[in-house]
Design a protein around this ligand. Structure first.
Ligand code: URA
Length: 419
């Protein structure tokens, strides 16, 4: 078999066989197929797509590139959630302490920033010392001690996804239903949880631009999970406007802590709670979401969520003082106040362009090798619907480098409308 022929077939809209997909994935992971050929393949998939059966084969080939866990001997049900990616989406961070204050296990493996979206791992690494790279033994030991892990893929979990994910990020091949499905499901199935909740985002700041595409992605994800013998549920959530008020790694950790303290912004808090409720229902701890939600609400005042967060940070080597003292995470040197050019009401805050603005401050990567600047990002003082007067601050830009500020300002100008 020749790599060229497989790329050619997909480029011309053909349906790939299991053998062809296995051949590409195996060759890429082993290093015999170079990045440039896989980039061409990814672009061909982006334009020609894959049907559900091909997507399933791709997912299986990616699972088969590494090891898979099974947690038959755990004393509590295992559950995980995965978001398809958005702007300001820090939900995993408050979600894990909330959910694991109940009797469940969350073996969560997350990713880094992808395209214009942020990544949970980059956010967690804003906490001084916080460690996300664990091997298999470390992963299992976190689960045993703490009933959760908030880590990156261990080198042996779906290594094909790890390589492809980084390549897709820099080749404009992220927003493809089969590629997203195979990426998410390969690591989720290999990671071993028996229950999944997917947060499928649609809108300008999501990889799926329309609700219909979001629905299709949700159905690919849940069908793949079910074929693998797992329970799955999903939420379709609007990503036309950034989630919450903070975008950028350190800033999103601050917002996550505020959610756990009961002071989070309404949109982010509600979505976190909804996903948590679905996870607990899937695990059989509650009959319905409403009873799960009322218990979740009750627990804020007990301090349990913050205790869980502290345990997670401590066990993963981070500095737990961050929960109370945000200055432990080094802030950006400068803050620029982006002001309203006219009086009116914010009518549009385009999540994609605002995501690019956050990326431009240094919060994300342009190339695979880039390091993120944890301190940079955006603070949204106003959201759509809010009234503003000319000259009033709308967004605070946290930045370290002047040229980055200029480029962030350009994206904000494009992404913000006042009427
Ligand atoms: N999250 C993932 O893990 N993979 C994708 O492709 C998109 C979002």
């Amino acid at each position: 078999m020749r790599v060229y022929d497989v790329i050619y077939k997909k480029r011309n809209g053909g349906t790939l066989s299991k053998e062809e997909i296995d051949f590409l994935i195996k060759g890429y992971v082993e290093g015999s197929i170079p990045d440039y050929q896989i980039s061409a393949f990814l672009m061909a998939v982006f334009f020609r797509s894959m049907d559900f059966d091909e997507t399933l084969e791709l997912t299986n080939a990616m699972i088969g590139s590494g090891v898979s866990y099974q947690f038959d001997d755990m004393e509590f049900p295992t559950v995980d959630k995965h978001s398809t990616g958005g702007v300001g989406d820090k939900i995993s961070i408050p979600l894990v302490p909330i959910v694991t204050s109940f009797d469940v296990i969350v073996p969560m493996m997350s990713g880094r920033g992808l395209g214009h979206t942020g990544g949970t791992l980059d956010k967690l690494e804003s906490i001084p010392g916080f460690r996300v790279d664990y091997d298999d033994a470390g992963f299992l030991s976190l689960l045993k001690i703490n009933r959760c892990a908030m880590i990156g893929q261990t080198g042996r979990i779906a290594p094909a996804d790890k390589k492809l994910y980084a390549l897709r990020d820099v080749t404009a091949t992220v927003d493809s239903i089969p590629l997203i499905t195979a990426s998410i499901m390969s690591k989720k199935i290999a990671e071993g949880a028996m229950n999944f909740v997917f947060d499928v985002k649609y809108g300008s700041g999501a990889f799926m631009k329309s609700r219909e595409e979001g629905e299709k992605l949700a159905s690919y994800l849940t069908q793949t999970a079910k074929i693998a013998g797992r329970n799955a549920d999903h939420v379709l959530s609007d990503m036309n406007v950034p989630l919450g008020r903070f975008i950028g790694n350190r800033l999103e950790i601050i917002e996550s802590m505020e959610i756990l303290k009961g002071n989070g912004p309404e949109d982010t808090t509600q979505l976190t709670e909804k996903l948590a409720a679905k996870m607990l229902v899937l695990c059989g701890l509650f009959h319905d979401e409403d009873s799960a939600l009322s218990k979740i609400h009750e627990k804020y005042s007990t301090g349990e969520y913050l205790d869980r967060m502290k345990e997670i940070i401590q066990l993963q080597n981070g500095d737990p003082r961050v929960i109370e003292d945000y200055s432990i995470m080094k802030p950006a040197k400068n803050i620029f106040e982006y002001k309203a050019a006219e009086t009116g009401r914010i009518s549009r805050m385009d999540a994609y362009l605002i995501g690019l603005a956050a990326l431009a401050t240094g919060a994300g990567r342009e190339k695979k090798e880039d390091k993120v600047d944890h301190s940079c990002g955006l603070e949204l003082l106003k959201k759509p619907g809010d009234p503003v007067t000319k000259g009033e601050s709308v967004i605070l830009i946290h930045y370290n480098k002047k040229d980055r500020l200029e480029s962030a300002k350009k994206y904000i100008k494009e992404g913000l409308s006042i009427e």
